[in-house]
Design a protein around this ligand. Structure first.
Ligand code: SF4
Length: 491
């Protein structure tokens, strides 16, 4: 009998290997074709005049030639003509339209890789954190609707500056003005490496989903490549880079891109905030150099949606008060650009916050909840803060003085056939299997009640305490309720 050897692929290795295979499994000619199609597509998404001229029937080749796009424009028609794409897909005309099929498969694999990264962030032995993150994902699934699909819920983001020099009018997290960077001095490097070691020791592979920006731009940190190299060495993953200033220090950007060519683990992103910037980026980098860099078209006239959060939200409110048009014509989305369910760490301020995405609101205008925050001076302090936040915010179940309430965005509906309906604009939740559900939810309502009060009241009405407890756990795990500890009464 032949011996078999089982090999285990860790999810992170799987995501990395998958990404690397997207390049290794294609010929040079195929990669060139995808890169050229990508450049065409960026122009299509970002340049309204180009797009409208194509749609109006002007010669695709003349339009592409005028913009320096080295493509056979006729062969890319399925990229922007949905009917044609559907027809050739249905008829399987892959050989005839090879460029379009190469592009579609590439995009499909990028989405597959994104979903792998979401899984990757769930791989930690820190059970209470893992369950907490799942509850945040369940909550955002119903609170943000389809927007949540693209959120991978990485577990940590590190800011290496305070504020941002770019100052985008649409900044969904309303970044402060730039106030300084965290330079890579020996002391700072030791603190940085210590923080990474704490994250890796505590959360294992999930810590690989970290990245080094938030309300900051990586290119504002002159030592950015040294920080991410430490991340790679200590955590085992080169973190994703997103920048709106890729040409601020082109040499730094190229050093970062060279690191990614070695690591091949995740796509980078350049945010493009004007058409002129798109021209400059296209002039500075070849299509092939940008193959692993997504250009996120944020300029006026682009097809990209903007989240109603941060500056977009406040600007809308101000303009609406003046009775004026509250948009640059961009499509607007449910409000958040936040993605982390975990820790947001600013190295300049030595501050750590526990955060998770949400729809921007009066209470959370930046599109993320801040559950807690604390300061640290050393890696040991940092570890203590993490421990404290897990203890305070991630109980396995709710008991005693925990006040639970139905989430603000959910409407409490009627009971039909023993099932209670809770819903918002995106989803309708059906809660069934507990005959007392309507009474329990009415008791909790939007104002909330302590678990102790709910248990006493309902068991007093003859309900089984284990069943009540199971119901509360289900509401908690599914993210349908919010909770906090009851404040002690004043003496
Ligand atoms: S969107 Fe990014 S680059 Fe623009 S201001 Fe905000 S943090 Fe800075």
């Amino acid at each position: 009998m032949a011996a078999t050897q089982e090999t285990t692929t860790l999810p992170g290795q799987g995501a990395q290997a998958f990404f690397a295979s997207m390049f290794a499994s294609r010929t040079d000619a195929e990669l060139e074709s995808i890169a050229s199609t990508k450049r065409f597509f960026e122009r299509y998404i970002g340049d309204v005049r180009f797009r409208e001229a194509l749609q109006a029937g002007e010669s695709p080749q003349a339009l592409c030639d005028a913009r320096g796009l080295a493509v056979d424009a006729e062969r890319l028609k399925p990229i922007w003509q949905n009917d044609l794409w559907q027809t050739i897909k249905d008829e399987g005309r892959q050989e005839e339209w090879s460029e379009a099929f190469l592009w579609a498969r590439w995009v499909g694999q990028l989405l597959e890789h994104r979903d792998m990264l979401k899984e990757h962030a769930g791989h930690t032995d820190e059970g209470r954190f893992s369950a907490w993150r799942r509850r945040q994902m369940n909550r955002t699934d119903s609170e943000l609707g389809p927007r949540n699909r693209s959120i991978t819920h990485p577990i940590v983001a590190y800011e290496l500056t305070k504020g941002c020099t770019v100052g985008c009018w649409f900044c969904g997290i309303a970044a402060e003005e730039y106030q300084g960077a965290f330079p890579y001095t020996p002391d700072n490097a030791a603190l940085w490496q210590g923080v990474l070691e704490v994250m890796h020791a505590r959360f294992g592979e999930a810590s690989q989903t970290g990245f080094c920006y938030w309300a900051t731009d990586p290119m504002d940190s002159p030592d950015y490549d040294r920080f991410i190299t430490d991340h790679w060495n200590i955590v085992g993953w080169l973190p994703q880079t997103t920048t709106a200033a890729p040409l601020k220090d082109e040499a730094l950007t190229r050093r970062v891109m060279a690191l990614f060519d070695q690591a091949l683990c995740v796509i980078n992103r350049f945010s493009v905030i004007s058409l002129r910037q798109l021209d400059t980026i296209h002039a500075a980098f070849t299509p092939r150099e940008l193959l692993a860099v997504e250009l996120v078209m944020q300029n006026k006239g682009a097809l990209t949606h903007k989240a109603v959060a941060g500056r977009v939200r406040s600007r809308r409110e101000q303009l609406q008060e003046l009775g004026r048009e509250a948009s640059d014509g961009s499509q607007l989305d449910t409000g958040t650009i936040a993605c982390v369910s975990g820790f947001l760490i600013n190295m300049v301020e030595r501050k750590v916050q526990l955060v998770s995405p949400c729809a921007a609101s009066g209470r959370w205008p930046l599109g993320y909840r801040i559950y807690d925050q604390g300061r640290f001076e050393t890696p040991e302090d940092f570890a203590d803060q993490i421990e404290r936040m897990i203890d305070a915010h991630m109980p396995e179940g709710l008991q005693g003085e925990a006040v639970i309430r139905i989430r603000d965005d959910l409407q409490i509906g009627n009971v039909e056939d023993g099932a209670l309906h809770l819903g918002n604009d995106f989803v309708k939740h059906t809660v069934s299997g507990f005959p007392f559900i309507e009474r329990l939810v009415n008791l909790i309502g939007k104002d909330g009640a302590t678990v102790r009060h709910v248990m006493e009241r309902m068991s007093g009405e003859g309900e089984d305490v284990f069943a009540i407890s199971a119901m509360i756990q289900e509401l908690y795990d599914s993210g349908l309720v919010d909770w906090e500890l009851a404040r002690p009464r004043a003496a």
